[in-house]
Ligand binder design. Structure first.
Ligand SMILES: *Cc1c(COP(=O)(O)O)cnc(C)c1O
Length: 357
């Protein structure tokens, strides 16, 4: 969070203007600042990332099947289903947990309309291979970019890949507006349409779309303005924590640690560790329990696979995704935030290493 004083200074003018929502001054200022920071031409803000993804899918008027991965947060799959589309689950890459492009083409049918990959943990998908497949089969590519705020691949900002990307500005993310989200996309007309969609579909008096209400308010936007001033500092602090984790845990038998991919400028959003129960002689769940007993909150993230959710049982084919299943069963995300001290990282590492038998 910014300091109390910094936030108060940002919201003080609202007591004069009384303009609290509906694309006010602070909202519009944040749009400009985010376009510059994310290096994109088109961007719209929403109340949260999930609604942004739903509105995006619905504004693109897609129909049929969408190829996606089950190793993600509930939101990705729910947004597809709630937009009347059928998720078709593809497996992930073992090295960075994003969609495995070599397994996409086998899943394409005459009903496939889009690919919805997820940039998991701030790791960037194989955007070139995905685009090549999409171009060959005339499919849309929509990225769940909730984890990759500020990330670049070979100097290209992530929001520039595919047809569109959804970012989440939830309080738990690298950059936040308390709750909030955005879509970046190539097509300026689509931005216009989503702007109407999030405001009841209204275009002055008439509604051409049966829209919804998903406008970001001024108080949320003000939090974003403040946080954006400090985000580079925050990422640098996360980097220091990640480097300490790597120093302490890299090379430990039975632990596979997160490493930045070649050519990627990361944001250190998460610090996932894959626990090999045989080599480490303890399971992911054992480690989770030992940490919990010491008041250290790690997360089984993502677990379970979204394709295993009760609400989808018997409704969609869970697909054959053994690598995603292995990741969901064995990955633990260790504490990671800008205020995490080296001493605290050491305490977490000591607790993790105490599990090894
Ligand atoms: C956080 C998150 C979302 C949803 O974003 P909200 O802003 O919380 O609605 C979607 N996908 C992924 C991968 C996320 O981590």
């Amino acid at each position: 969070m910014p300091s109390f004083e910094e936030y108060c200074a940002e919201i003080a003018p609202l007591w004069e203007s009384r303009w609290l929502t509906n694309c006010g001054t602070i909202h519009n200022h944040l749009v400009d600042e985010l376009k510059a920071y994310l290096g994109v031409e088109n961007l719209t803000l929403f109340t949260n990332g999930h609604t942004a993804l739903e509105i995006l899918l619905q504004s693109m008027e897609l129909e049929g099947e969408v190829i996606t991965t089950p190793f993600t947060f509930a939101s990705t799959t729910h947004a597809i289903v709630r937009s009347g589309l059928t998720p078709v689950f593809c497996d992930i890459r073992e090295d960075n947990y994003t969609i495995d492009p070599t397994k996409i083409e086998a899943l394409i049918t005459d009903k496939t309309c889009a690919i919805v990959p997820v940039h998991v943990y701030g790791n960037v998908c194989d955007v070139d291979a995905i685009q090549e497949i999409a171009d060959k089969h005339n499919l849309k590519v929509i990225y769940d970019a909730a984890h990759v705020f500020g990330v670049k691949k070979n100097g290209v900002p992530v929001g520039c890949f595919g047809d569109a990307s959804m970012f989440s500005f939830h309080a738990t993310k690298v950059f936040h507006t308390i709750e909030g989200g955005a879509v970046t996309c190539r097509d300026a007309e689509l931005i216009e349409k989503m702007g109407q969609f999030r405001n009841f579909g209204l275009d002055s008096e008439d509604a051409q779309i049966a829209g919804t209400n998903a406008k970001m308010n001024e108080f949320a936007a003000a939090m974003g303005i403040c946080n954006l001033r400090h985000v580079d500092e925050e990422i640098a602090k996360r980097k220091a924590a990640a480097e300490r984790y790597l120093e302490r845990l890299d090379g430990v038998e039975g632990l596979e640690l997160w490493h930045p991919d070649e050519g990627v400028q990361p944001n250190y959003a998460y610090f996932p560790v894959l626990v090999d129960p045989k080599a480490f002689c303890a399971t992911r769940d054992d480690v989770f329990d030992v940490l919990a007993a010491q008041n250290i909150t790690a997360r089984k993230y993502f677990y379970p696979l979204t394709s295993d959710f009760s609400c989808y049982r018997g409704r969609f084919d869970a697909g054959n995704t053994p690598i995603a299943r292995h990741a969901a069963a064995n990955i633990l995300c260790l504490p990671m935030y800008a205020g995490l001290s080296v001493e605290d990282v050491d305490r977490v590492c000591d607790a993790v290493l105490s599990c090894k038998r």
